[in-house]
Each structure stands twice: as structure tokens, then as C-alpha cells.
Design a protein around this ligand. Structure first.
Ligand SMILES: Cc1ncc(COP(=O)(O)O)c(C=O)c1O
Length: 400
């Protein structure tokens, strides 16, 4: 009898974490590696947020808290949803977890029965299909091609929905493409959902503050209030507040769902860190002025990376609306040979070549369900990005 449970056979460890770890191990061996695989801002957590955490420790806020969030944090989240998204949630409609990832996990674990289908849009965040599989569900990938800006076409959604569809997972701006939906595009998606009243939607807004060129972010339940009762609006402090390590994410949704998620969390992690929750209160209620400043830096980096990649032989890089990722196509290098005589047949081959030949760690599109592409996270310094793109250009030139 196998010791490890069957459900573990269905999932793979996160490809992005795997590549980031490999790059770190190569660095530790003294190799000059630039890691562009990790999805986190390189900026430090703002000082006022750190100070709030220190004060919480000194006040003795080091004990268990309410399972799905302290009253202070839930109040801050309700205020945020109202202020920034025009969404009315009461504290009973809020669930706080150890990162947005746990909130997503709880929502699916609390609702998905064996055989239930969950629609994921390819290219997807690597965790979506695997969490669905862990919850005994069936991920149904709908391809969203580069030709359509990596966005869902309403007719493709219509075709993918069956009687078994429980959820649609919709992420805007997107990891891994940076594509963000305009209000009109969300309305078109919502129009399809209105015809299917049993489908729930998880609107993953974690990158909402990272949008460029006057793009106006809107959230699904804001654009179509009739979907409010079956939408879980997911967000967190990791990306906008540079707090990935603090592990605070949250969702707003129907009370029945939120209660079930709390029951689940009470039997797993109990509550998110009391200190991190105090820090998140300060993040949401405190000064917000650094957010557009950081976004302006990300926009400059995006423009730099897009321009440099589009000068690389065989690559094509569209300009995304948001997040800190680009998702270039490497279709133009397939079939070429490396100086060692190996043929590049897939995006995995290309990314392996980049790591081995020029020490650049990026994630192959295959991991996100849409090939042949690769994802670059540009949440790193301009100098490193310039050096990385120069190395990628050299690697492309060396192919024959
Ligand atoms: C699309 C998307 N959603 C949610 C998350 C969750 O982030 P966290 O668990 O740090 O809140 C991430 C993190 O990479 C992400 O890329």
C-alpha cells in the first residue's frame, strides 16, 4: 500500500517555485544567474507597515485571533472594497487567510465535489488547476490565445460551461500574461454568466493596483452587480503592498461560502498570523501614495523589457496592460539548433537553454498551459533586466 495519498499523484510542485529554487541553487554554486521566475515585487515593505507589526508585538497581539480575520482587519477590508471597488461587504462576508492562495484553496475545498468542473483560463496561474485537482475537481482549461490578447472570448466561455461547471476562475490583471480586462470585456463575460445561474466566479484581483497607461481597473461584481451574490472577490496585500512574506490574503463573498471557508480554516491553520494581520490593517488604512510610485517604476521596466525582447531574433512580446509579467512567444526559435547541436523543440527546451547557456531563469509557457511562450517577471532592478535581456538576445543570436 502506497504511503503517499493518491491525491498527491495528481499534482505537480509549482513550476515557478521549482525554477526559482534551481536558479538559487546555481547561484549558490557560484554561477552568475539572473532569476526572472519569481512572482514578487523587489521593493521592501513600507516602513509604516513594518512599524505597525512591531507595535502589535509590543502590545501583546501574539495570540490566536478570530479564525477568518480580526474585526479591525475585516473593517479595513470592507472599507477597501467600498473605496476602491464600489463593493459593499459586511464583515460576515469577509474571509482572511494566509495569503490569497489559502483563500482560493479554502473556497474550492469548501465547494468542489468529485467530478465538479472548474474553468481555468489558459495561460493560467500555475496553482489554479492543481488546487482544483487537490479538491477532487476537474479543471477545464479554455485557451486564451495571444491573438485575442490572452483574454477569454465570450463564445469560448459559453462552449466550456456544462451542467457540472461549478466555478470560473478569472484573474485580471493576469499572472502570467499581464492581460487585464476592461469594463466592457468584463461585461461581455458577465453576459454569458448571466445565462448560467449555477456557476460561481472567483474574481482574482490580486494585481489590481499594477496597471499602466491609464488603464482603469474594474472588478467583476462591480461591473455586473447581478453577479455579486455568486462572486468571491479575491485580493491580498502581497503584491500591491510588497508583503509576499507576511502571507495575508482575503476574499469577499456570500455569507454561506464565507462560513464554510471559516469552518475549514478552523481545522487547518486556525487563523492567519496575528502580527501580519495588524500589519495588513496599516497597509489598507495607511498612506497609499507609494502604490502609484511603484507602478510607475514597473511600467518603465515593462516598456524596457518589451522593447528589448522584441529586438531578439525569433521572439515576439506583446505589451501587457498590468501585473509585472510579460509572456513572449518563442515560436520563432523552435526548430533552431543550439551551439551544442541540440534542437529547440519546445518552450521548455528554450528555457532550459537560456538557463544553461546564459544563466537566465524564466518559466516555460507549458507550465501555464499555453505554449510556446515563456514568462518573465520584471519585478527586479532595471540593471538586472537590461543585462538579462542582453543575454537573451545573445542566446537567440547563437541559435542556427
Ligand atoms: C494570480 C494570483 N493569485 C493569487 C496569488 C496569491 O498570492 P498570495 O498567496 O501571496 O496572496 C498569486 C501569487 O502569485 C497570483 O499570482
Amino acid at each position: 500500500m502506497a504511503f503517499i495519498a493518491d491525491r498527491l499523484q495528481r499534482i505537480k510542485p509549482s513550476a515557478t517555485i521549482f525554477i526559482a529554487n534551481k536558479a538559487m541553487a546555481m547561484k549558490a554554486e557560484g554561477r552568475n544567474v539572473i532569476g526572472l521566475a519569481q512572482g514578487e515585487p523587489d521593493f521592501d515593505t513600507p516602513q509604516n507597515i513594518k512599524d505597525a507589526a512591531k507595535r502589535a508585538i509590543d502590545r501583546g497581539e501574539t495570540k490566536y485571533t478570530q479564525v477568518d480575520g480580526t474585526p479591525a482587519l475585516k473593517a479595513a477590508i470592507c472599507a477597501k472594497f467600498k473605496r476602491e471597488n464600489g463593493l459593499d461587504y459586511t464583515p460576515q462576508q469577509i474571509s482572511v487567510g494566509t495569503g490569497g492562495k489559502q483563500v482560493l484553496f479554502n473556497a474550492l475545498m469548501a465547494t468542489v465535489n468529485p467530478g465538479d468542473e472548474v474553468i481555468v483560463l489558459a495561460p493560467y496561474w500555475v496553482s489554479y488547476p492543481d488546487i482544483v485537482l487537490l479538491c477532487d475537481g476537474t479543471p477545464v482549461a479554455v485557451p486564451c490565445s495571444q491573438n485575442h490578447g490572452f483574454k477569454l472570448r465570450p463564445e469560448d466561455l459559453e462552449a466550456a460551461i456544462t451542467r457540472k461547471t461549478k466555478w470560473l476562475l478569472l484573474n485580471s490583471p493576469s499572472n502570467p500574461t499581464g492581460a487585464a480586462y476592461t469594463a466592457d470585456e468584463l461585461k461581455a463575460v458577465a453576459a454569458v454568466l448571466m445565462r448560467h445561474p449555477d456557476v460561481f466566479v472567483l474574481a482574482d484581483d490580486i494585481y489590481e493596483h499594477l496597471v499602466y497607461d491609464d488603464f482603469v481597473f474594474t472588478s467583476l461584481a462591480q461591473v455586473e452587480p447581478k453577479l455579486y451574490g455568486r462572486t468571491l472577490t479575491l485580493n491580498g496585500v502581497s503584491k500591491a503592498y510588497c508583503m509576499t512574506g507576511w502571507r495575508i490574503g482575503y476574499g469577499g463573498g456570500p455569507t454561506e461560502l464565507i462560513k464554510a471557508m471559516a469552518a475549514l480554516q478552523s481545522q487547518s491553520t486556525t487563523n492567519p498570523s496575528s502580527i501580519s494581520q495588524a500589519a495588513a490593517v496599516e497597509a489598507l488604512n495607511g498612506p497609499q501614495d507609494f502604490i502609484p510610485r511603484n507602478a510607475a517604476v514597473f511600467k518603465q521596466r515593462r516598456d524596457l523589457v518589451v522593447a528589448m525582447l522584441n529586438r531578439c531574433e525569433g521572439l515576439f512580446c506583446p505589451t501587457p496592460e498590468g501585473a509585472f509579467y510579460v509572456y513572449p512567444s518563442c515560436a520563432g526559435v523552435l526548430g533552431k539548433r543550439t551551439p551544442e547541436g541540440k534542437t529547440i523543440e519546445t518552450d521548455i527546451d528554450f528555457c532550459t537553454y537560456l538557463l544553461d547557456a546564459v544563466g537566465i531563469a524564466v518559466v516555460p509557457g507549458t507550465a501555464f498551459g499555453l505554449a510556446p511562450h515563456f514568462r518573465i517577471s520584471y519585478a527586479t532592478s532595471t540593471e538586472e533586466l537590461t543585462e538579462a535581456c542582453n543575454r537573451i538576445a545573445r542566446a537567440c543570436e547563437a541559435l542556427a
